[in-house]
Write a protein that binds this ligand. Sequence first.
Ligand SMILES: [Zn+2]
Length: 188
Amino acid sequence: MNPPAASPVVGSPLAAITCDHCAAPLSVPDDARFVICSHCGSRLEIQRSGGVACTHVLEKIDARTARVEHGLTELLIRERIDLLERQWAIRGGRHIDHSRDGGSVKPAAKPTIIGFIVVIAVGVTIANLAWQPGASPVGAILIASVFVVLAIVLGISDARRAAEFRRAEVRYLQARQTLLDQLKQTTM
Ligand SMILES: [Zn+2]
């Protein structure tokens, strides 16, 4: 257990004790044997003899340095979170399709299926228009086949994109949570 921190004295009759390291006047409980100087962070032993008390430095805890290091760690984590969020805003922005109302739509399986149907419908319509009654159907079948292949290729590419986005999102959220946990530890 740490000894109680001595507070600086403001016109108190207990002002007799001063820090052995920085000479700051300290207010110390009568029965205390050890205190930490609130000015310089020195760990002090109190020695009393014949009503006179004095302090001796046991070890110096650089409280100020500890505070600064603590603050730096926190700042570093906050910077990392900020960087991660900005990177995700750019990365996620590339993956997210913006809808007409200004909102964003995550790549999902639904638009993939709709796109698939639309491409095939367009292909069938064009093939139908291209086919002359009485002519060989080979040309129309070829046109329709090209659109079916196109729909499959686009569908696979969209599904891959959606899966990649979900993986990237999970990675981002995990990394962010790790940093937030670290931040919670530094501010405790
Ligand atoms: Zn001191």
